[in-house]
Design a protein around this ligand. Sequence first.
Ligand code: TXA
Ligand code: MG
Length: 327
Amino acid sequence: VSNLPPVTLPPNSAAPEPSPSDAAALAEAVRLLRAGELVAFPTETVYGLGADARSDAGLRRVFAVKGRPSDHPLILHFADAESALSAAVDAPPVARTLADALWPGPLTLVLRRAAWVPDRVTGGQDTVGVRVPSHPVARALVTALGGPIAAPSANRFGAVSPTTAAHVRADLGHDVALVLDGGPSEIGLESTIIDLTRDPPVVLREGGLPRERLAALLALAPTGTNTGATRAPGMLAAHYAPRARVVLVTKDALPSERERLEEQGARVVVLDAPTDDAGLAALAHGLYARLRAADAASADVVLAVLPDERGLGAAIADRLRRAASAR
Ligand code: TXA
Ligand code: MG
């Protein structure tokens, strides 16, 4: 089983009705998950490394394969808001508001956990992160399993998240039993995480759902208030870093800085900042693939201009800053 190539499923089939080969791939995925094996699957944000949340063997394997400390919690993925909110107790009314307006989509809600949620998922905390992904393959998979899938991004701890099936294979090799290939992740950045156990709610991680969309629906605490004991490894500086050194420059300084580095013999890859929404979406979509490509091309330096922090620009700037401060 572990030597299977990625199985190809259509990335954007609107109909959840799978063709015979899709059904076979899904059935195999479900069989593996139930047996405590890992199945990587596409979501609209990044690829996830999935385990059946009710399989302790599967959950343990996720931490082992990722090389992730056991006290870092996993996000639970559900087919619909109803079942997602059943993982919580005492959810504030705003949870329902956000779920109705923004799911399925790139948003993770942190809520007080229900008793049935395994400690291994929550890292022993009294909260749980839940989301309903919109990618048809992710939805088909959680539906077919009939229960939640615990899934971190399908990369080794601290590495750049995968946005294609090939990235997953390159990172995890045969430590994952099956990779469902749903094409490149459309958004390309991880979900936005909001902690609804605090009042006002706190954004723990900027991500694929722009903060403005949340702010329109609820009163948000100002940025940079993630000071609690909540563990979010996505907040660690060393995350999102390629091997190449990431250097931040202003647009004005870009040409001269590039020239200076190249005169020193450095191999330089440039990531310029777009200014319009379409450009930001395109940069988000391709960001992790471009960081990986820089490494594949043995680049020494990725010279990056931070976009303005509006829309997806906030999450892009967040990831680039972390990558730049990684060493
Ligand atoms: O877009 C995504 O969210 C992707 C796809 C696969 O869904 N998943 C993802 O998972 O990025 P991961 O494990 O790489 O990052 C999840 C982040 C971690 O920083 C984790 O600590 C945080 O979510 N998290 C999960 N549960 C939490 C909780 N109860 N409280 C605070 N942070 C939590
Ligand atoms: Mg991750």
